[in-house]
Design a protein around this ligand. Sequence first.
Ligand code: PAF
Length: 289
Amino acid sequence: MSHEIQTVSVPEELRSTIAAARRAGKRIGVVPTMGALHAGHLSLVEASCRECGFTVATIFVNPTQFGPGEDFQRYPRPLANDLKLLSDYPVDLVFAPEQATMYPPGSTTFVDVGPVAEPWEGVHRPGHFRGVATVVLKLFNLVAPDVAWFGQKDYQQTLVVRQMVRDLDVPVEIRVCPTIREPDGLAMSSRNVYLSPTERRQAIVSSRSLRLAEHLVAAGERRTETLLARMQALLATEREVQVQYVAIVDPQTLAPVDEVGAGAVALIAAKVGATRLIDNVLLKPSLTR
Ligand code: PAF
């Protein structure tokens, strides 16, 4: 049932509303987003509303996680539609601050999480995770949530956030929900709207390559060399898709592994036209083989 959601843009109002919920004994859940909400975000909202007595969704296109020449300016900002989508869920509060509220003139402190932020996305988007960790910590300080919800699609981001929370003693439980996909397998992303119909068709090859790896692992293949060769061969069939990296890595350190042992993650980043997309799957060998 749709309802009017309280939306605030300043920290004082955010803090006082949440303090009242906390005094009422409610468990506070936060779903940090940059807006342009899709079913992936909404699955996080749904999970938070199910498990927490008070859910805050944040909507803020964070400038510090975009590099020069990236899509900060054109990132979609359909706030009215986002609020409409959220109104179908029992979300208690939306925090949608202005840029000057989050980064007032003179802000100079950043969070640098170290090695887990360095490979893969860290190579292709230098400074990205510094911006992510900084804004997520700021949101955690403002909301003081008991639980924070993230999507597995941004796998490396979930590790960065977990590392930051551990290292800086932030008292919040991090929960990660599965990637939500379009019926043809494409991972939901706010950036999918950039794709032309042709690019949209071409983009599917990345999720198909991940699915291929899953099937091969399910069929008993363990050598990452073989898995990557099969994935690369499939990716090469779509010549307009420029793969930036495809890797099979340790789920904690993100270091490449030779074998899919107890478990690994297949990561991919590719550009389809001007649009950069990322995706991943957890590879779990069945114990019975
Ligand atoms: O995943 C995102 O949408 C963003 O990186 C986040 C976590 C909201 C921080 O800006």
